[in-house]
Design a protein around this ligand. Structure first.
Ligand code: SF4
Length: 460
């Protein structure tokens, strides 16, 4: 590995991330960014819960400009917290937001690189696209420099550009290359106030991509802070296991500078869990491997033993320990014993989070944001309650059609917010029912699953 010659510490308003700075937890509002008071109220709740950075969705220039009012009201309330504008794909919105936000998140998968239903790209077309991207980033960089605004290059596995999909497929390598293409342009334009994130809902992909990014940056002799997160993790224990396995295991390897635990719950629930991951694993060094026993049968089983009465700590430790011990993917069986009692359900959730053994339907659900116009938290609970027994199916519950369809990835069925209180239902990426009232949508989803022959009774 090359000696690190450039270790960039990124300043986001009053905090610094990277280097030996403490690893910080962050979250995102799910209010309408045009609703100044509601957004400020939620930001204050997040700050009180311990969030060190707060992100808001900015769908339009109007929303980007309203960050000014949000900031002013926060200052009146004596709250100083770095605000991040999540602008995803629109250069015009990113440029407007960069004036007021402390950091702007752009997604290389769709920033300029529009979907054209193209599956092949010549070398020439690839270069042309890069020239276009470079031109647009130049303008954003000027504004960021004028306003001391940082940038997050935020790649999502579910929204890689068609160019990247053509070259690398929907892979961890594709995620890394997508970020590196943008990093190179920022570096050529001498802008270094950069944070990088590579997020996926499938934990092994998220981990592989981040390890690649971490190692390759070191080999190239530079390093920008890494923001860790498992996207669309859903809610409850399943979401916490995915986040612990993905984020906690990387922190335990000394990777990561800021983290977001995405939950389809009230955003303030994200912070204590994120803080716990940081407290246990955020030591900025590779931690010793955990103790384990091995049951050497034809399918070797890892046995993890704990003496803990803290259920959350047990969930975190066992998720991280098994993920680290099973990096090779060799072990297909896990037994967790705490205070002499087996924890079979937790073992099953961990095995499913790592794609090793599926014992229930798999759910992916976005944490929601200002684009979500239906009650995704309750609806996800209802969908899970009615369909959890459909082992082998993957069901996505997403907040909006703008990003939700791309990011529901390879789900078999999709339940996606379409407008105020309205939902669209999908069989894979094909729309089946449009604008269904949210109170009727779970039943309609079940009807579609039945019509496609994927329904089973719970007792089957
Ligand atoms: S998919 Fe969910 S989190 Fe992502 S932009 Fe849409 S509503 Fe927001």
């Amino acid at each position: 590995m090359k000696i690190l010659i450039e270790n960039h510490i990124v300043k986001i308003a009053n905090i610094e991330i990277g280097g030996q700075n403490p690893i910080v937890a962050q979250s995102m509002t799910n209010t309408n960014t045009l609703d100044t008071q509601a957004s400020v109220n939620q930001i204050i709740e997040l700050v009180n819960a311990g969030s060190k950075i707060v992100r808001l969705t900015c769908r339009s220039i109007k929303e980007a400009e309203n960050l000014k009012n949000i900031k002013e009201l926060l200052i009146k309330n004596e709250i100083r917290i770095p605000l991040v504008a999540d602008t995803h794909f629109s250069p015009a919105v990113a440029e407007a937001a960069a004036v007021y936000a402390d950091k702007v998140r752009i997604n290389p998968g769709n920033y300029i690189d529009k979907r054209r239903q193209k599956s092949k790209f010549t070398e020439e077309e690839h270069k042309e696209e890069l020239i276009k991207i470079r031109g647009k980033l130049g303008r954003l960089i000027e504004i960021c420099e004028e306003n001391s605004t940082a940038v997050r290059i935020g790649v999502n596995h579910g929204s890689l550009s068609e160019r990247m999909l053509f070259r690398y497929g929907n892979t961890a390598r594709g995620m890394y290359e997508s970020a590196m293409e943008f990093i190179k342009i920022f570096r050529e334009l001498n802008f270094h106030n950069l944070v990088i994130s590579l997020k996926a809902s499938y934990v092994p992909t998220m981990m592989e991509a981040n390890k690649l990014l971490h190692d390759e940056m070191h080999k190239k002799g530079f390093y920008y802070p890494i923001h860790l997160g498992v996207t669309e993790a859903g809610d409850g224990e399943e979401a916490r296991v995915k986040s612990a396995a993905g984020i906690g295991s990387l922190l335990a390897e000394g990777i990561g500078d800021t983290i977001r635990v995405s939950l389809t719950e009230n955003p303030i629930e994200e912070i204590p869990f994120a803080d716990k991951l940081i407290e246990i694993y955020g030591k900025r060094q590779t931690l010793p491997m955990p103790y384990y026993e091995l049951n050497r049968t034809s399918k070797p089983q890892i046995i993890l033993k704990y003496n803990s009465h803290d259920e959350e700590e047990l969930l975190i430790n066992s998720s991280v320990d098994f993920t680290r011990l099973n990096e090779s993917g060799l072990y297909k069986k896990l037994k967790i014993i705490t205070n002499g009692e087996p924890k079979n359900e937790l073992s099953d959730i961990i095995l499913q989070a790592l794609g090793i053994k599926y014992s229930k339907a798999e759910f992916i659900a976005c944490p929601s944001c200002g684009r979500t116009l239906f009650n995704i938290i309750d609806e996800l609970k209802k969908v899970k309650q009615k369909t959890s027994h459909l082992k082998g199916l993957k069901i996505a519950v997403m907040g909006c059609i703008v990003n939700g369809i791309g990011e529901m990835a390879d789900a078999d069925y999709g339940y996606v917010g379409a407008g105020a209180g309205k939902v669209n239902l999908y069989k894979q990426k094909q729309i089946i029912s449009k604008n269904i009232n949210e109170s009727l949508a779970v039943d309609e989803l079940i009807k579609i699953i039945k019509e496609n022959g994927d329904w089973k009774l719970e007792t089957e």
